[in-house]
Write a protein that binds this ligand. Sequence first.
Ligand SMILES: [Zn+2]
Length: 412
Amino acid sequence: MSDFTLKEINKIDQLETKEDIWDVVSYINETFRNAVEIWISDIHIEPTEHFILVRFRKDGDFFLYDKIWARNTSAIVTRLKVLSKVKIDENKKPQDWKIVYVYEKEKKNIDIRVSTLPTKYGEKVVMRILKQDASLTNLEALWLIEVNLEKVREALKSKYGIILISGPTWSWKSTTLFWILKSFNPLEYNISTLEDPVEYDIEFVNQSQVKPEIGYTFATWLRTLLRQDPDIIMVWEIRDKETAVLAVEAALTWHLVLSTIHTNSATSTIQRLVNMWVETFLIASAMKMVISQRLWKRICSNCKEIYTPKEVELKKAKKILEPILDKDSLENLVFYHWKWCEVCSWTGYKWRLWVHEVLIVEDYLEPMILEKASANEMQDEAVKHGMVTIVQDWLLKALIWETTIEEALKLI
Ligand SMILES: [Zn+2]
């Protein structure tokens, strides 16, 4: 448990001055932990004539965190520089860098952006904690099961590579793309999009509309965009070889490229790129993740009831779920069905639901891509490496009341 209290800024006299910090490593670590736990956005470390003031900014307001004798300034600043591997002996110029703080409790890496400014009494340090609460909500809106949500979050930490959303027409691929895009803080990156058409406005994101009739195709715009120093590029759709090749090249030159593609499974997406004659070694090094998805009807929550599946349905379901569920859960599968009611207009279904397959392109896939393995072969290998298939995901969602077993089994 943390044993600190935040004090209001006008109570500075009541805050005791800490003599010396003997263990600066633990002190910094504890400060980060405290800040993360109470959702602080910024930490300010300010040297004054007699002491260092440590302030937290929370929801826009400053609070006092700590007051330490001034002689500790260099130890604290040096420790921060060591953490981020910047020049330790540089204290005359402002510096910007990033620290990755490992938050043990939730086993998460949290990026902290650090900026220093030399002042009369030493270097002032401001740290922005890039824990984006809004982003978590956004990604959660995608209905990803926990294991997939973790994979997506992890992949989105990459600074380069291609992330593709695949699915048939009307699987709302672009909606997923937008939720993902919104999980980045646009002020931390240069984000540019090429859309057709521009559907949603996102603040601080440079959105452009392609105009093929006057020669502004995805490919021509993508070339122009690359001269705009982008970090993240969203291309509405990869339809042709030219766009595919440019996207892959952009991804390999330190850009994160997000796009959609019209395919039926995660591994067939890779095959599609191969079929577009994009060089296999480029695909193997550029691809980071494919999220394949379907949009389907969600069961009406008003009239759903427990359903006893037919023996043949249950047998199929068990076979599909066997690799990912333990014995106990397999013996106690509970499914649901609907009755029909007014709320669902007598259809049994209300609103929609996504099911997914998340493929992380890791080393084991590389030789398969190079050898142009079939989508099925890659799929088998991906399953061995922990990929939850779309049918498994669908059945898992049937188990949490969101859809029915017969809908899930329609997929096979
Ligand atoms: Zn109903």
